[in-house]
Design a protein around this ligand. Structure first.
Ligand SMILES: [Zn+2]
Length: 171
């Protein structure tokens, strides 16, 4: 089943940095529902904690209404990478808003996807290079909001099945 998923969001920042709670998760789920999303990844900068706790609260109090995928955004060499923590310890990684591919060409990146569209940084993405790289390496082309406020949530999204991001290819 194809789901409407925004895989790169900063909900913690969007909410003004409150501790995760039933209330904050409720606000995130409401916003996602309003945007017609089936799910979203919570990918704060250098912190898995917010996504992991929010997922726990969502599952406990909101059932499977909206899928929350925990993740984080980190820097690998000079390039930002988002990691998504999937079932059974699997990690799905993708390059986010690459303005060039210099770092990628010089270093080994274990990634399974790459952003072609990002609401926040769309003007800077090296789209021609991204398309070529995705075709060469069999990477998933992704479109995400990178939302730092709730209004931006779902402004870009992907139509994917969970299996497509739950079985990362290693190379
Ligand atoms: Zn980001």
């Amino acid at each position: 089943m194809k789901l409407k998923l925004d895989l790169h969001t900063h909900c913690y920042e969007a909410l003004g940095f409150p501790e995760p709670s039933i209330e904050t998760v409720g606000v995130i789920i409401d916003a996602a529902r309003r945007k017609g999303l089936d799910g979203l990844a919570i990918t704060e900068h250098y912190s898995k904690r917010y996504g992991l706790l929010s997922k726990e609260i969502a599952q406990k109090y909101f059932g499977d209404e909206i899928i929350i995928i925990p993740g984080q955004e980190i820097r690998v060499y000079t390039q930002e990478v988002v990691e998504l923590y999937m079932d059974e310890g699997r990690v799905f990684r993708f390059l986010v808003h690459p303005s060039n591919l210099y770092a990628f060409e010089r270093h080994e990146y274990n990634i399974q996807g790459i952003e072609i569209d990002n609401h926040l940084h769309n003007g800077y993405i090296y789209k021609e290079g991204v398309r070529q790289l995705a075709a060469q390496r069999g990477l998933l082309l992704l479109r995400n909001s990178d939302a730092h406020n709730l209004e931006a949530l779902g402004s870009f999204y992907n139509l994917l099945s969970l299996e497509e991001i739950n079985t990362p290819t290693e190379y």
